[in-house]
Write a protein that binds this ligand. Structure first.
Ligand code: DGL
Length: 280
């Protein structure tokens, strides 16, 4: 059944399982300040990283419908796990069936494009959640661009909980950061470019840098996702004209709005007032 809300205008939706997508939102707002944004963190069900394909897909599609019900015509999955596990089904099955005029974009392809350009040795490392690494989405996208690239993944299951629990800048986090960087470089010492394949990880950037050689390129994807969105909107004026231009941002969470406001204000270094979202 075609949805009758397709004629609406609305803000751009930015989705993540929790706080990580804020690292993408802040880069998008810096580059495209003229648009309105709705941010949704599914904090009540985060982390997504070790959940099954079916569950991540179900949660992500519920979130996308939540954005659509609020008029969003374009939603960015600012979450690698959701991009890896849900994007394809949403784009190929759900949208054509129910919302043919709306768009949902992921963040793996634009990140892979920049990483393929940056590497000199042709050896890349990907740090991500278990779900993202197991999906091999980065390997697939990078090899579509250059089949000869050598890609090594390392799942870092403790990193998202460290960030969601505001432990990312504490000394205890060093152990978990060092362990995974060491594992990655041990698997392939020729790696010269490392993709932070989880939108939470830029919050650990200072610690990650401490354990990597100075020559290593570290890709925090927010900036590249923002550039790719700008490019997308200029190539698709029919979508851009459905995105409202008020320069506002509203934050929603499925957990406690007070807790989200407090944490997000720290991450973004500005005052955030979140509202409660109920998604089902
Ligand atoms: N920010 C999400 C990502 O980019 C974190 C996933 C999680 O909730 O574990 O993958």
């Amino acid at each position: 059944m075609k949805n009758d809300l397709n004629h609406q205008l609305g803000p751009i939706g930015i989705f993540d399982s929790g706080y990580g997508g804020l690292t993408v939102l802040s880069e998008i707002r810096a580059l495209l300040p003229q648009y309105d944004y709705l941010y949704l963190g599914d904090n009540a069900r985060a982390p997504y990283g070790n959940r099954s394909f079916e569950v991540v897909y179900q949660f992500t599609w519920q979130a996308v419908r939540w954005f659509f019900e609020r008029g969003c015509q374009l939603v960015i999955l600012a979450c690698n796990t959701a991009s890896a596990k849900a994007l394809r089904s949403i784009q190929q099955i759900n949208l054509p069936e129910a919302y043919p005029d709306r768009r949902v974009l992921g963040i793996i392809r634009p990140t892979a494009e920049i990483a393929a350009e940056m590497t000199k040795t042709g050896h890349l490392g990907v740090l991500g959640t278990e779900g993202t690494i197991q999906s091999e989405s980065y390997d697939i996208e990078l090899k579509k661009l250059h089949p000869q690239l050598i890609i090594t993944g390392e799942a870092c299951p403790m990193w998202v909980p460290l960030i969601e629990n505001r432990e990312y800048d504490k000394p205890g986090a060093d152990y978990f950061v060092k362990q995974h960087i060491f594992n990655l470089l041990n698997k392939d010492p020729e790696i010269d470019t490392i993709i932070l394949g989880c939108t939470h990880y830029p919050l650990l950037l200072d610690k990650i840098k401490q354990f990597l050689p100075k020559s290593a390129e570290i890709i925090a994807q927010g900036k590249y996702v923002a550039e790719s969105l700008k490019n997308y909107l200029s190539r698709h004026p029919e979508i851009a004209m459905k995105c409202t231009l008020g320069g506002t941002v509203k934050y929603f969470t499925t957990e406690s709005p007070e807790k989200f406001s407090q944490q997000a204000s720290l991450f973004l270094q500005e005052t955030v007032y979140a509202e409660k979202a109920i998604i089902d």
